[in-house]
Design a protein around this ligand. Sequence first.
Ligand code: ZN
Length: 217
Amino acid sequence: MIGHYAVFPLSHFRKFMFPPARCGKPRANIRAFFLQCVCRQDFMASGKAHHATGFAAGIIAAALVSGTGGNHLACGLAMVAAIAGATAPDWLEVAWWSRARRLWITHRTLTHWGVGWAAMLAVSWHFLGRGGDYGAGAAFAFGFACGGLIHLLADWPNPLGVPWIHARHSLNLWTSGHCDLIVVGASWIAAFFVADDIWFHHAYGHMLMNALRTLHA
Ligand SMILES: [Zn+2]
């Protein structure tokens, strides 16, 4: 079921930017909209988990961008974009420009489409490392796509699943929000290895292995 907000008309954008008095102030709209995102936890990995994995996605994106020769600005952009992208599939569904802030599209459909996020990742990766405006734009898009994909991975295990290609698929491992620690832990372990590989040339990984060996000895 796609609501009548399926097409994004300019009037809705205008209403959000210049809301009539009864809609309250834009800032109040934004706050209510974010509260709604965080509170709608019954069908998604919890908001907290998406935020925590978002920071891990930010580190991964920044490290990969710096690995392609991106400067500090590009890395920073990738990080910020990844944090925003990690919650994007859910907040992109909310008609924040409307008063009721209902979903304008069925939950976990187009905004959770794996192919779309993967395509964004591939295209931005292609343009990374070209410097200048290309570099900054590509770094932002790359970070956003990293965040979006990590969001889909976090949603995947719960029963509603994720439409990677066409129909939704679920790993059916747990009910959303119940095993957040596993999702968050896995994303941070990935962030540790990517950052250690690119920035520290496995220095911390070797330290960790040595520490584990000493424990076993
Ligand atoms: Zn989601």
